[in-house]
Design a protein around this ligand. Structure first.
Ligand SMILES: C[S@@+](CC[C@H](N)C(=O)[O-])C[C@H]1O[C@@H](n2cnc3c(N)ncnc32)[C@H](O)[C@@H]1O
Length: 167
């Protein structure tokens, strides 16, 4: 019986997320690395934000290249796993938070997003607002999703790199 309740809780935690954003599907390391070298060269000067950071794979890959990496994740189980996997890595912070109300740090240089098409317009609006608040342009690296209202800088088979300008 306990097993049933645990399974139900896990199912609900993962399932209910679809009302707030994209369900959990991790990005593949191979493609992240490709994007971080071909499209946007991550360096130790970067501050990367992952909105919906899942198990933290993107944060870990960015931190290997020297960047400070901050994730916002709504699923407590994934927050626990990503904190566990980046234990003692001072470059990584994972917040248990809903990105629709999260404030990105002022020194953010690049935002990573792996989202569903349904949310793209709202994410664009939200990020434009954040960019105006922090007062400088920020790059957006999107897995699969097309942000047609933003300025496309580069793309490869899996990713698109955009620039969100301060208005
Ligand atoms: C497609 S997965 C991407 C995970 C990770 N960024 C990656 O690329 O491996 C989307 C993640 O966003 C999280 N998520 C969905 N809605 C969210 C919200 N409103 N706030 C924070 N995280 C959210 C989900 O729990 C899920 O882990």
């Amino acid at each position: 019986m306990t097993f049933f309740w645990i399974c139900l809780a896990v199912f609900l935690v993962f399932g209910l997320v679809v009302f707030r954003g994209s369900p959990y599907v991790p990005s593949q390391k191979k493609y992240i690395r490709q994007a971080f070298t071909d499209l946007y060269k991550i360096t130790s000067k970067d501050v990367l934000i992952d909105i919906g950071s899942g198990d933290g794979v993107v944060l870990r890959e960015a931190s290997k290249l020297g960047a400070r990496s901050i994730g916002y994740e709504i699923n407590p189980l994934l927050v626990f796993i990503s904190r566990f996997l980046s234990f003692k890595n001072k470059k990584i912070t994972v917040h248990l938070a809903d990105f629709w109300s999260a404030k990105i740090p002022d020194d953010t240089t690049i935002i990573y997003v792996f989202s569903v098409t349904r949310d793209i317009k709202n994410i664009t609006r939200r990020l434009r607002k954040e960019v105006n608040r922090i007062g400088h342009s920020v790059y957006l690296l999107s897995f699969a999703g097309d942000f047609t209202d933003l300025k496309l800088v580069k793309k490869n088979q899996s990713y698109r790199l955009y620039l969100i300008n301060k208005i």
